[in-house]
Design a protein around this ligand. Structure first.
Ligand SMILES: Nc1nc2c(c(=O)[nH]1)N[C@H]1C(S)=C(S)[C@@H](COP(=O)(O)OP(=O)(O)OC[C@H]3O[C@@H](n4cnc5c(=O)[nH]c(N)nc54)[C@H](O)[C@@H]3O)O[C@H]1N2
Ligand SMILES: Nc1nc2c(c(=O)[nH]1)N[C@H]1C(S)=C(S)[C@@H](COP(=O)(O)OP(=O)(O)OC[C@H]3O[C@@H](n4cnc5c(=O)[nH]c(N)nc54)[C@H](O)[C@@H]3O)O[C@H]1N2
Ligand code: SF4
Ligand SMILES: [Mo]
Length: 817
């Protein structure tokens, strides 16, 4: 297959799926008593099929997986949820939405809701017992609210507003969760920010811009249009189950699928080519492919000149662009202050040039400058292909083959968060995106960057109003997860003076999900009051002082807010079980008790209505009445969104940026900072997990984790159905690593380093790269025979990013006798 496939083909692919899916839904719908009326999106019908009254409700899952809220119908008989069936939402052209699969976890939500691990009523740790000892006493809501708020008031009046910290994570993408931010803002409380996926997401935004629709990458619907799909640092068949059909469709359309990963994943098993890479070296592989593309004349000069920052002149002295103001022809900072490029022996405003230089070095009025592309070339030329082959552990001919394929037609890099989970993960992404810029593999259907985690765009027309009226409120400071422990130990971090004394933790389970778990236990342990609001007794909840019972997603009205083209109103299906309450209600109670009675007068419905009453919603025809009627409204362009296709990228420069002018670190924590170095691609090995590191002699194994279809982080550890399929954690290892340590399949093994250890079962897997150990992500303390996998990882960080550093971890392994 050759040439650029027009978008018409996208539509054809769409219709093909539609025909199949419609039949599937019709059959299933008949069984479940939930047939589509064939018009609009409202699926709700009443009446059962076998004489039992059944009600059907529109709902959405909220798991933080690539699905990010798959829509489905929930069926109720005799007041109990009895079934979940797949949605049949329609795109504007009448075809079925390709974003509405439901995975096995989606169906398992019924088991979660009725799980004995639900937190049933507010609970307090028994006085005199240690945190984590598991001794609890039931208290009333009144007692819980009084105890929490009186302590918060006491701490804030003694130590200031930031003595109380709020920490959230990725456990829910529903609208009512944002209401917690209202109380936090009013209290001026500190934020403890988890640092998931930051090197991946920020580099994407830096490169492709943060549009209202997508954070710097193409929508998944466009995957079907590519000819060469490079699945690079992600495992979508596990982490993107509901969107994996786009990969299959690309293959059916004739695309070549290449997987680049340290382990032979389930996605690799379905690919045409698998390349095993040494962990942490993706940036070098990208550089090698770029060097070959340049050598072979595959540079897309016009793309570089018109769509990227390549011709922009960078001053040698400070790494900033040369602008008209530098040569006295505009006022600095004014809209006329254009960046300059070099053409016909002189510097001109970028938008006045036709064929600007992208290579070389020039002097403009005594100032030494280079086009940004020359800086990239200089960085790439520091490397030779032999060294790249040795470090990546990929044969030279394979690197040549990858470069040849990448430049042979429409190519898309489908990346994710494997490379991200190293403190300096940007070395990978900056390299991949520079490769796309150089070769012009972007800004057209079938080319560019796709990313796991965000299948589809953010919802258009939804805007949380939780803090909209609090314009004069000054937010408290933010401490990022990797530096929390330093703040707790030293009491100072950059501009922050004073460690938090209390934490309110919601929609996350940081003990175990954050690296270096023992540090988290001691940092939270140093606080005077830790409150966790959760539906389940999560690992973090077990270390709390007070646990508040939250109602399950089927027990409340809410709006699904992210990564799906539909604005979705999830209806309350049944009343909250036990004494649980929705987060909105809990925050309202806490807010009133903190003295903000007049700020917490809204009803849930009033709040939800206000979130879809705005100009964007109105332009899309979204109204509250319509949403209540239809439950789901398509809010997105008909065609898949491709960054840079119909509009220039929304970066600071308005172009694809492989060079980041004046880049600043995510947070200033007093670190040493080299702006010029960080402004363009470079490569350095992982901080710890590197074979030339001294520690490697004692700890020669790199420990990483991977996504598993049976888990969304720690959220499905209480589904008996899923636990039957995947009952306990195990460590995957290569036959060579097992044999060297006398380990056989099923043996109990201990992984250890200076930070901690974990004991679990061994699985020998020839697809596992020698020197790499893999445990699937999402297990908790109770699941391991002893220790914890997160006791191995470190919270070291890199100056540019606040990034959780799960995979940059060395250890050794032994058989447990
Ligand atoms: N089922 C399920 N799906 C999920 C989630 C879940 O918990 N469960 N979580 C969601 C979230 S929040 C996220 S962030 C995404 C993440 O989803 P993915 O991006 O797919 O993340 P991982 O599975 O952690 O890692 C992807 C792959 O990176 C590989 N890898 C590790 N180190 C390197 C390296 O140095 N180079 C390369 N090339 N590959 C490397 C791993 O072997 C793994 O196969 O998944 C989302 N989807
Ligand atoms: N070893 C290792 N660790 C990792 C990763 C890895 O690859 N390897 N990946 C990391 C990544 S990318 C991510 S995104 C994180 C995710 O880490 P977390 O954000 O901590 O994710 P979960 O484990 O899903 O925890 C969510 C919690 O919120 C609760 N919850 C769900 N809905 C609600 C609600 O409506 N209200 C309230 N109050 N609570 C609710 C759930 O019951 C659950 O306990 O994990 C990270 N940790
Ligand atoms: S767990 Fe994720 S992929 Fe599965 S149904 Fe829920 S949102 Fe969709
Ligand atoms: Mo994530």
């Amino acid at each position: 297959m050759a040439g650029n496939k027009p978008s018409a083909l996208t539509r054809r692919a769409f219709l093909k799926t539609t025909a199949f899916t419609t039949a599937g839904v019709a059959a299933f719908g008949a069984l479940a008593g939930c047939s589509s009326n064939g018009e609009g999106n409202d699926p709700v019908e009443e009446g059962g099929t076998i004489g039992v009254a059944e009600e059907t409700y529109f709902q959405s899952c909220m798991g933080n997986c690539s699905g990010w809220g798959c829509p489905f119908y929930v069926h109720v008989r005799d007041g109990k949820i009895c079934n979940i069936t797949k949605a049949n939402l329609k795109c504007p052209d009448g075809s079925l939405s390709p974003y509405q699969e439901t995975c096995l976890k989606g169906y398992a939500n019924i088991e979660r809701m009725y799980s004995p691990t639900r937190v049933q009523y507010p609970m307090r740790r028994v006085d005199g017992t240690e945190r984590g000892a598991g001794e609890w006493e039931r208290i009333s809501w009144d007692e819980a609210i009084e105890e929490i708020t009186s302590k918060w008031k006491e701490l804030q009046s003694e130590f200031g507003p930031s003595a109380v910290a709020f920490m959230s994570g990725s456990g829910s993408g529903m609208a009512t969760i944002s209401y917690t931010g209202r109380l936090q803002a009013l209290m001026g409380a500190m934020t403890i920010a988890p640092c998931y996926d930051n090197t991946g997401m920020y580099t994407q935004m830096n490169h492709g811009g943060l549009s209202a629709l997508l954070p710097g990458h193409n929508e998944h619907r466009d995957i079907v249009n590519t000819e060469n799909l490079f699945i690079w640092g992600t495992n979508p068949s596990e982490s993107m189950i509901v969107d994996y059909h786009f990969v299959s469709e690309a293959k059916e359309n004739g695309a070549k699928v290449i997987v680049i990963d340290p382990i032979f994943t389930t996605s690799a098993a379905k690919a045409d080519m698998f390349v095993s890479i040494r962990p942490g070296t993706d940036g070098l592989l990208a550089a090698g492919m770029a060097l070959i593309a340049i050598r072979d004349g595959k540079v897309d000069k016009t793309h570089l000149q018109t769509m990227t920052v390549a011709p922009f002149l960078v001053k040698d002295q400070d790494g900033l662009y040369l602008r008209l103001s530098d040569i006295g022809k505009a006022e600095a900072g004014s809209p006329d202050d254009r960046v300059l490029v070099y053409e016909d022996g002189k510097a001109v405003a970028f938008d006045a040039a036709k064929d600007p230089e992208i290579e070389g070095g020039f002097e403009v009025e005594g100032v030494a400058v280079k086009p940004a592309y020359q800086i990239l070339l200089d960085r790439l030329n520091e490397w030779d292909l032999e060294t790249i082959s040795r470090y990546t552990d990929i044969p030279l001919e394979t690197i040549e083959e990858l470069a040849r394929i990448y430049t042979s037609g429409l190519s898309m890099i489908f990346t994710g968060f494997g490379p991200d989970h190293y403190a300096n993960g940007q070395t990978a992404y900056d390299g991949m995106f520079a490769l796309a810029d150089i070769t012009g593999q972007e800004a057209k259907h079938g080319a560019g960057i796709a990313c796991s985690d965000f299948s589809a765009p953010s919802v258009q027309g939804y805007a949380s109003t939780a803090t909209a009226d609090l314009v004069d409120v000054v937010p408290g400071p933010t401490v990022h997860a990797p530096h929390l422990h330093q703040l707790m130990e030293e009491g100072v971090l950059g501009d922050i003076v004073g460690a938090p004394k209390a934490a309110y933790i919601y929609i996350c389970n940081p003990i175990g999900n954050e690296p270096d778990r023992l540090k988290w236990i001691s940092s939270l342990g140093a606080m005077e009051l830790v409150v966790v609001s959760d539906m389940f007794m999560s690992e973090t909840a077990t270390y709390a002082d007070i646990v508040l019972p939250v109602s399950f997603l089927f027990e409340r009205d809410d709006i699904g807010t992210s990564a799906n083209p539909f604005i979705k109103l999830s209806e309350k299906v049944v009343d909250p079980m036990f004494e649980s309450k929705g987060d909105f209600e809990i925050i309202t109670l806490l807010g009133k008790a903190m003295g903000f009675e007049d700020k917490f007068t809204q009803s849930v419905e009033g709040f939800l209505e206000s979130c879809v009453t705005n100009e964007v919603a109105a332009a899309a025809g979204v109204t509250w009445e319509r949403l209540k009627e239809e439950h789901a409204i398509w809010s997105y362009p008909e065609e898949p969104v491709v960054v840079g296709l119909n509009a220039m990228p929304l970066t600071a420069s308005g172009r694809f940026e492989f060079y980041h002018e004046g880049i600043q670190p995510m947070a200033n924590v007093g670190q040493e900072w080299d702006m010029i170095k960080e402004s363009c691609w470079f490569w350095e090995p992982p901080l710890e997990a590197w074979y030339e590191n001294e520690l490697f002699e004692r700890y020669p194994l790199t420990f990483i984790s991977e996504r598993s279809k049976f888990k969304t982080h720690t959220m499905f550890n209480n589904s008996p159905m899923i636990l039957e399929l995947d009952p306990e954690p195990y460590v995957k290892m290569s036959p060579a690593d097992a044999e060297a340590r006398g380990i056989k399949e099923g043996d109990t093994v201990r992984l250890y380093n200076d930070r901690g250890f974990v004991v679990l079962k061994a699985v020998i897997n020839a697809g596992c790269r020698q020197g790499v150990l893999v445990i699937d992500h999402g297990w908790e303390e109770v699941n391991f025979i002893d220790g914890h996998y997160s006791d191995l990882s470190s919270c070291a960080s890199w100056p540019r990013f606040e990034q959780d550093n799960w995979f940059d971890c060395l250890c050794e392994m032994e058989k447990v006798q």
